[in-house]
Design a protein around this ligand. Structure first.
Ligand code: TNX
Length: 537
């Protein structure tokens, strides 16, 4: 048998000293069945994939190393090891210096290459003996390891070797996002979702490279975030939800934990306090806020547009200042969402005056304001961002003001729209959104000039969903398609190709115990579900 001499070099940059550890090894390469890298079902689809038709043999003799001086890279390496352990039950050492038993390396390398100019860009070079992941930032490395997680097969392959081997097809992937803002919104106000539920959603979203989590923290039916200077907001306003269930809220510690968990996954949390409408729960807690002299009842219905703050009272703005300050202090991300939608009982002039004043408060606390598309009617700064959900006229106004726009058209991007007439959960005021309709549109050509588009977002309103299984049923699989619309360039998006790749997500979704909607448009890979048991009444 011809023996190949393998020479492996691992570079460690440690305390400014370059240590070169080279290892000679007499072992033969293990012949392996080869899969073409381009045939692996990656979502979102990378910018460029070049297959070289061999494979990296991931096995117990593989180790992960990361650039030592680069901030956050070690953590990214450990995250990868943890996820591979969960997927294939293999213990892969990270940055361990004893290399005797190591035949192959995954090296997560900090690189200043100009092709990695955006912070989330990465390159993967997969060879027979090494996988090199190049990124300029830990954020880019984190996006890259999501791709690598998808490349590792679920089951090992039979080879001549004694140990189990998971072949990773060789080649090169060059990738960076189409939009820097790739969001999902969760309404925790109409129904409350626990910290654990939100963490699970974060985990699933980050696997598909979504990087913004917008939390809709207040509405007529509930106030969900502890504000220390106004404790009744959660004591009273947090006690209800749609349908009269018990409500709930995040303590400030809970919120910080969500933010920390998201940050570990390079995801930014965007808090929303919806105002001046959608404020019944706040006014039920502190009746001076509505200015009509009445204490409103707590509200458990679904109708919208009946509540408003008193926009001409200074004490209302002192209240808002406290709320924005306390939340901003706990929010490292640059954005604060002030809602601003469906204020049907606020006079137009009052609405404009209100949005202008709130914008100043948001800016004072160091954040950039986002609001639903109605805010484009106010005389706001071009630095404010409009989230386009319904009105083309408002979207146009935002563009005229040279504002950035988050593209979230309800007809295409609302996760709470029903799949079809048979879906029990969800609403259909903007139409039915089957899995193909959700994917087959082009945010870049939907009416907003490309230079004004900040990115896209898929909101999940929770009037009809009460628990994580129901949340998952509406979000999955559609949110996976939204991740591709946001990350991948238009040339790489194609329904026929996507639907095959989506079908291949079934083993992952099942392993993560996700109650996804088993759309008949998709040929789900080796699925164990039965159609009739999934949707709850
Ligand atoms: C409209 S979208 C709303 C929400 C509802 C949603 C239900 C938006 C800015 N406002 O208050 O929950 O429809 O689909």
């Amino acid at each position: 048998m011809i023996k190949t001499v393998l020479i492996r070099c691992i570079f460690f940059l440690s305390i400014g000293i370059l240590v070169l550890a080279c290892q000679e090894n007499q072992k033969p390469r293990i012949p392996m069945p080869v899969t073409n890298l381009s045939d692996i079902s990656l979502i979102p689809k990378p910018t460029k994939t070049i297959a070289t038709n061999s494979a990296f043999a991931l096995d117990q003799f593989t180790a992960i190393y990361t650039s030592k001086s680069a901030t956050g890279f070690d953590k990214v390496g450990k995250f990868l090891a943890e996820k591979l352990k969960a997927k294939i039950n293999l213990d892969i050492p990270v940055n361990q210096e004893t290399t005797n038993t190591i035949d192959r390396v995954i090296y997560i390398n900090q690189s200043d290459s100009i092709v990695l100019e955006t912070p989330e860009a990465y390159q993967l070079y997969i060879n027979q003996d090494s996988i090199i992941l190049n990124a300029n930032t830990a954020e880019g490395a984190f996006r890259g390891i999501q791709t690598l997680r998808q490349l590792v097969p679920d089951v090992s392959t039979d080879t001549l070797a004694e140990q189990k081997i998971w072949p990773v097809p060789s080649g090169k992937i060059i990738d960076s996002p189409n939009f820097g803002y790739r969001g999902a919104m969760l309404d925790v106000a109409r129904h409350f979702f626990s910290v654990e539920d939100v963490k699970k959603y974060i985990d699933l979203l980050s696997y598909y490279k979504i990087n913004m989590l917008h939390l809709h923290l207040s509405d007529d039916q509930g106030w969900r975030i502890e504000i220390k200077s106004w404790p009744k907001l959660t004591e009273i306003g947090g006690s209800t939800e749609v349908g009269g269930e018990s409500g709930g809220f995040y303590t400030q510690e809970d919120y910080k934990e969500i933010v920390r968990y998201a940050q570990e996954r390079y995801m930014t949390v965007i808090p929303e306090i919806d105002m001046p409408g959608h404020t019944n729960s706040a006014s039920a807690s502190y009746p001076f806020l509505n200015g009509n002299g009445k204490t409103p009842e707590l509200y458990e219905g679904m109708r919208v547009g009946f509540s408003t703050f008193d926009t001409r009272k200074d004490t209302v703005y002192s209240f808002i200042d406290d709320v924005v300050r306390e939340i901003s202090e706990m929010t490292p991300g640059p954005y604060f969402h002030m809602g601003g939608d469906e204020s049907h009982v606020t006079k137009k002039n009052d609405y404009i005056y209100f949005v202008n004043r709130v914008e100043k408060i948001v800016q004072k606390h160091g954040k950039r304001m986002i609001g639903w598309d109605e805010i484009a009617n106010a005389d706001i700064d071009s630095n404010a961002i409009a989230q386009w959900w319904a009105s083309e006229e408002n979207a146009k106004k935002a563009v005229e003001k040279n504002m950035k726009v988050i593209v979230s058209p309800a007809k295409k991007a609302y996760l709470d729209m029903q799949y079809d007439t048979l879906t029990k959960l969800g609403l259909h005021w903007a139409g039915y959104i089957p899995v193909d309709t959700a994917y087959q549109w082009t945010p870049e050509e939907y009416g907003i000039p490309m230079e004004n588009i900040l990115g896209t977002e898929a909101p999940l309103w929770s009037e009809t969903i009460t628990n994580i299984e129901e949340l998952e049923y509406l979000a999955f699989p559609r949110v996976i398609g939204y991740s591709e619309l946001a990350w991948s360039i238009p040339e790489n998006r194609n329904w026929e190709d996507y639907k095959v790749r989506l079908g291949d997500q079934a083993p992952f979704l099942e392993r993560m115990n996700v109650n996804y909607y088993p759309s008949k448009l998709i040929d789900w890979k080796k699925s164990k579900f039965t159609y009739e048991t999934i949707e709850k009444d």
